[in-house]
Design a protein around this ligand. Structure first.
Ligand code: ADP
Ligand code: MG
Length: 229
Protein backbone atom coordinates (compact mmCIF):
# COMPACT_ATOMS: atom_id res chain seq x y z
CA UNK A 1 0.00 0.00 0.00
CA UNK A 2 1.28 3.40 -0.97
CA UNK A 3 2.15 5.70 1.87
CA UNK A 4 0.93 9.23 1.45
CA UNK A 5 2.47 12.26 3.01
CA UNK A 6 -0.19 14.70 4.07
CA UNK A 7 0.67 17.97 2.43
CA UNK A 8 0.74 21.10 4.48
CA UNK A 9 -2.15 23.11 3.16
CA UNK A 10 -1.83 26.86 3.03
CA UNK A 11 -4.02 28.22 5.75
CA UNK A 12 -4.32 31.75 4.50
CA UNK A 13 -7.89 32.64 3.76
CA UNK A 14 -8.06 31.44 0.21
CA UNK A 15 -11.31 31.63 -1.69
CA UNK A 16 -11.86 27.97 -1.00
CA UNK A 17 -11.35 28.32 2.72
CA UNK A 18 -13.61 31.37 2.89
CA UNK A 19 -16.31 29.50 0.99
CA UNK A 20 -15.96 26.56 3.36
CA UNK A 21 -16.26 28.75 6.43
CA UNK A 22 -19.23 30.59 5.00
CA UNK A 23 -20.97 27.32 4.23
CA UNK A 24 -20.31 25.80 7.65
CA UNK A 25 -21.57 28.84 9.49
CA UNK A 26 -24.48 29.48 7.16
CA UNK A 27 -26.13 26.12 7.81
CA UNK A 28 -26.66 26.52 11.55
CA UNK A 29 -27.55 30.20 11.07
CA UNK A 30 -30.22 29.28 8.53
CA UNK A 31 -31.79 26.77 10.87
CA UNK A 32 -31.62 29.23 13.76
CA UNK A 33 -33.39 31.82 11.64
CA UNK A 34 -36.09 29.30 10.90
CA UNK A 35 -36.66 28.70 14.59
CA UNK A 36 -36.77 32.43 15.33
CA UNK A 37 -39.42 32.84 12.64
CA UNK A 38 -41.35 29.99 14.17
CA UNK A 39 -41.15 31.72 17.54
CA UNK A 40 -42.70 34.85 16.05
CA UNK A 41 -45.66 32.85 14.83
CA UNK A 42 -46.07 30.64 17.86
CA UNK A 43 -44.22 32.10 20.83
CA UNK A 44 -44.36 28.90 22.86
CA UNK A 45 -41.53 26.95 21.41
CA UNK A 46 -41.23 23.36 22.61
CA UNK A 47 -38.26 22.41 24.76
CA UNK A 48 -37.03 20.16 21.99
CA UNK A 49 -36.83 23.08 19.58
CA UNK A 50 -35.00 25.19 22.13
CA UNK A 51 -32.52 22.37 22.55
CA UNK A 52 -31.94 22.22 18.81
CA UNK A 53 -31.35 25.95 18.79
CA UNK A 54 -28.85 25.65 21.60
CA UNK A 55 -26.97 22.92 19.81
CA UNK A 56 -26.91 24.93 16.59
CA UNK A 57 -25.45 27.86 18.50
CA UNK A 58 -22.88 25.46 19.96
CA UNK A 59 -22.01 24.39 16.46
CA UNK A 60 -21.31 27.94 15.29
CA UNK A 61 -19.34 28.45 18.46
CA UNK A 62 -17.14 25.41 17.97
CA UNK A 63 -16.50 26.32 14.33
CA UNK A 64 -15.30 29.72 15.42
CA UNK A 65 -13.16 28.18 18.19
CA UNK A 66 -11.48 25.79 15.77
CA UNK A 67 -10.82 28.62 13.34
CA UNK A 68 -9.18 30.60 16.10
CA UNK A 69 -6.90 27.65 16.82
CA UNK A 70 -5.97 27.50 13.15
CA UNK A 71 -5.35 31.19 12.69
CA UNK A 72 -3.50 31.94 15.90
CA UNK A 73 0.23 32.15 15.56
CA UNK A 74 1.17 29.48 18.03
CA UNK A 75 2.82 30.30 21.30
CA UNK A 76 5.95 28.29 21.38
CA UNK A 77 5.92 25.79 24.20
CA UNK A 78 9.21 23.94 24.06
CA UNK A 79 9.31 21.20 26.61
CA UNK A 80 10.88 17.81 26.48
CA UNK A 81 8.42 14.96 26.98
CA UNK A 82 7.98 11.29 26.19
CA UNK A 83 5.70 10.78 23.21
CA UNK A 84 4.92 7.27 24.40
CA UNK A 85 3.81 8.59 27.77
CA UNK A 86 1.60 11.17 26.04
CA UNK A 87 0.18 8.33 23.95
CA UNK A 88 -0.61 6.33 27.12
CA UNK A 89 -2.47 9.35 28.42
CA UNK A 90 -4.51 9.53 25.22
CA UNK A 91 -5.36 5.84 25.41
CA UNK A 92 -6.66 6.30 28.96
CA UNK A 93 -8.76 9.27 27.91
CA UNK A 94 -10.22 7.51 24.87
CA UNK A 95 -10.58 3.92 26.13
CA UNK A 96 -14.10 4.39 27.38
CA UNK A 97 -15.36 6.20 24.30
CA UNK A 98 -13.80 3.47 22.18
CA UNK A 99 -15.51 0.67 24.08
CA UNK A 100 -18.85 2.42 23.68
CA UNK A 101 -18.26 2.03 19.92
CA UNK A 102 -17.11 -1.56 20.45
CA UNK A 103 -13.55 -0.67 19.57
CA UNK A 104 -10.74 -2.29 21.50
CA UNK A 105 -7.50 -0.36 21.74
CA UNK A 106 -4.35 -2.45 21.73
CA UNK A 107 -1.07 -0.74 22.59
CA UNK A 108 2.16 -2.05 21.09
CA UNK A 109 5.48 -0.72 22.27
CA UNK A 110 8.63 -1.35 20.33
CA UNK A 111 11.16 -0.22 22.87
CA UNK A 112 11.65 1.31 26.25
CA UNK A 113 14.46 3.53 25.08
CA UNK A 114 14.09 7.26 25.33
CA UNK A 115 11.48 8.59 22.94
CA UNK A 116 11.55 12.19 24.03
CA UNK A 117 10.45 14.91 21.71
CA UNK A 118 10.52 18.69 22.04
CA UNK A 119 7.39 20.79 21.93
CA UNK A 120 3.92 21.29 23.27
CA UNK A 121 2.67 18.12 24.97
CA UNK A 122 -0.92 19.36 25.10
CA UNK A 123 -1.00 20.03 21.39
CA UNK A 124 0.44 16.63 20.57
CA UNK A 125 -2.17 15.07 22.84
CA UNK A 126 -4.83 17.01 20.94
CA UNK A 127 -3.44 15.57 17.70
CA UNK A 128 -3.53 11.99 18.96
CA UNK A 129 -7.04 12.36 20.36
CA UNK A 130 -8.22 13.59 16.96
CA UNK A 131 -6.58 10.66 15.19
CA UNK A 132 -7.98 8.12 17.64
CA UNK A 133 -11.43 9.68 17.20
CA UNK A 134 -11.17 9.36 13.44
CA UNK A 135 -10.16 5.72 13.82
CA UNK A 136 -13.16 5.01 16.08
CA UNK A 137 -15.49 6.80 13.67
CA UNK A 138 -14.11 4.76 10.78
CA UNK A 139 -15.06 1.50 12.52
CA UNK A 140 -18.82 1.65 12.47
CA UNK A 141 -19.13 -1.99 13.48
CA UNK A 142 -16.39 -1.86 16.04
CA UNK A 143 -13.10 -3.74 15.84
CA UNK A 144 -9.50 -3.46 16.90
CA UNK A 145 -7.40 -0.35 16.94
CA UNK A 146 -3.68 -0.78 17.29
CA UNK A 147 -1.61 2.06 18.62
CA UNK A 148 2.05 1.49 18.12
CA UNK A 149 5.15 3.42 19.02
CA UNK A 150 8.14 2.80 16.82
CA UNK A 151 11.64 4.21 16.93
CA UNK A 152 13.19 4.83 13.54
CA UNK A 153 16.71 6.26 13.53
CA UNK A 154 16.31 9.83 14.68
CA UNK A 155 12.54 9.70 14.76
CA UNK A 156 9.81 8.35 16.95
CA UNK A 157 6.60 7.29 15.24
CA UNK A 158 3.16 6.84 16.67
CA UNK A 159 0.99 4.70 14.43
CA UNK A 160 -2.75 4.42 14.75
CA UNK A 161 -4.13 1.51 12.82
CA UNK A 162 -7.81 0.82 12.38
CA UNK A 163 -9.95 -1.80 10.66
CA UNK A 164 -12.38 0.80 9.40
CA UNK A 165 -13.88 1.85 6.10
CA UNK A 166 -10.59 2.99 4.62
CA UNK A 167 -9.92 5.94 2.34
CA UNK A 168 -9.98 6.06 -1.45
CA UNK A 169 -7.07 7.51 -3.43
CA UNK A 170 -9.25 10.41 -4.47
CA UNK A 171 -10.24 11.14 -0.86
CA UNK A 172 -6.59 10.99 0.24
CA UNK A 173 -5.86 14.11 -1.81
CA UNK A 174 -8.48 16.13 0.02
CA UNK A 175 -8.08 14.96 3.60
CA UNK A 176 -6.08 17.84 4.98
CA UNK A 177 -8.14 20.51 3.27
CA UNK A 178 -10.09 22.59 5.74
CA UNK A 179 -13.72 21.48 5.99
CA UNK A 180 -13.24 18.32 3.95
CA UNK A 181 -15.40 15.66 5.56
CA UNK A 182 -17.32 12.58 4.51
CA UNK A 183 -19.27 12.48 7.78
CA UNK A 184 -22.79 13.77 8.30
CA UNK A 185 -21.77 15.44 11.55
CA UNK A 186 -18.13 16.01 10.69
CA UNK A 187 -16.48 19.38 10.67
CA UNK A 188 -13.50 18.46 8.54
CA UNK A 189 -11.03 20.47 10.56
CA UNK A 190 -9.45 17.64 12.59
CA UNK A 191 -6.74 16.60 10.17
CA UNK A 192 -6.08 20.18 9.09
CA UNK A 193 -5.33 21.09 12.70
CA UNK A 194 -3.32 17.89 13.34
CA UNK A 195 -1.19 18.51 10.29
CA UNK A 196 -0.53 22.11 11.26
CA UNK A 197 0.52 21.14 14.78
CA UNK A 198 2.78 18.31 13.60
CA UNK A 199 4.49 20.57 11.06
CA UNK A 200 5.06 23.18 13.75
CA UNK A 201 6.96 20.43 15.59
CA UNK A 202 9.08 19.60 12.53
CA UNK A 203 7.25 16.34 12.21
CA UNK A 204 5.26 14.67 9.46
CA UNK A 205 1.87 13.06 9.16
CA UNK A 206 1.45 10.19 6.74
CA UNK A 207 -1.52 8.04 5.84
CA UNK A 208 -1.72 4.58 4.33
CA UNK A 209 -5.12 3.21 3.58
CA UNK A 210 -6.98 0.52 1.75
CA UNK A 211 -10.64 0.93 1.01
CA UNK A 212 -12.71 -1.53 3.04
CA UNK A 213 -9.68 -2.77 4.98
CA UNK A 214 -8.47 0.02 7.16
CA UNK A 215 -6.08 2.84 7.67
CA UNK A 216 -2.73 3.49 9.28
CA UNK A 217 -2.05 7.07 10.28
CA UNK A 218 1.53 7.79 11.33
CA UNK A 219 2.83 10.74 13.30
CA UNK A 220 6.59 11.09 12.79
CA UNK A 221 8.48 13.28 15.21
CA UNK A 222 12.19 14.04 15.50
CA UNK A 223 13.68 12.58 18.69
CA UNK A 224 15.06 15.11 21.09
CA UNK A 225 18.44 14.04 22.40
CA UNK A 226 18.70 14.57 26.10
CA UNK A 227 21.90 16.37 27.08
CA UNK A 228 22.88 13.89 29.76
CA UNK A 229 22.50 10.83 27.56
P1 ADP B 1 -13.97 14.96 10.38
O1 ADP B 1 -13.54 13.86 11.30
O2 ADP B 1 -14.69 16.07 11.07
O3 ADP B 1 -14.69 14.47 9.16
P2 ADP B 1 -11.14 15.15 9.80
O4 ADP B 1 -10.31 16.27 9.26
O5 ADP B 1 -10.76 14.58 11.10
O6 ADP B 1 -12.64 15.68 9.82
O7 ADP B 1 -11.17 13.98 8.71
C1 ADP B 1 -11.51 14.30 7.37
C2 ADP B 1 -11.98 13.07 6.64
O8 ADP B 1 -10.90 12.15 6.49
C3 ADP B 1 -13.06 12.27 7.32
O9 ADP B 1 -14.35 12.80 7.09
C4 ADP B 1 -12.88 10.89 6.72
O10 ADP B 1 -13.50 10.82 5.45
C5 ADP B 1 -11.39 10.82 6.48
N1 ADP B 1 -10.69 10.05 7.53
C6 ADP B 1 -9.90 10.54 8.49
N2 ADP B 1 -9.40 9.56 9.26
C7 ADP B 1 -9.89 8.41 8.76
C8 ADP B 1 -9.74 7.01 9.11
N3 ADP B 1 -8.99 6.62 10.15
N4 ADP B 1 -10.39 6.10 8.34
C9 ADP B 1 -11.15 6.50 7.30
N5 ADP B 1 -11.33 7.78 6.93
C10 ADP B 1 -10.72 8.72 7.64
MG1 MG C 1 -12.04 14.01 12.75
Amino acid sequence: VEERLVKQEKLSVSGELAAGIAHEIKNPLTSLKGFVQLMREQPHLSTKNVEIMASEIDRVHSIVEELLVLSKPHKRVQKCFSLQEAMDYVVNVMKHQALLSRVEIIVERSSTESDHVLGDRNKLIQVMINLVKNAIEAMEDGGEMKIRSVKKNEEVWIQIQDEGVGISTEQLNNLAKPFYTTKVKGMGLGLTICNKIIHEHNGQLTIQSELGKGTIVTVKMPIHKLKFE
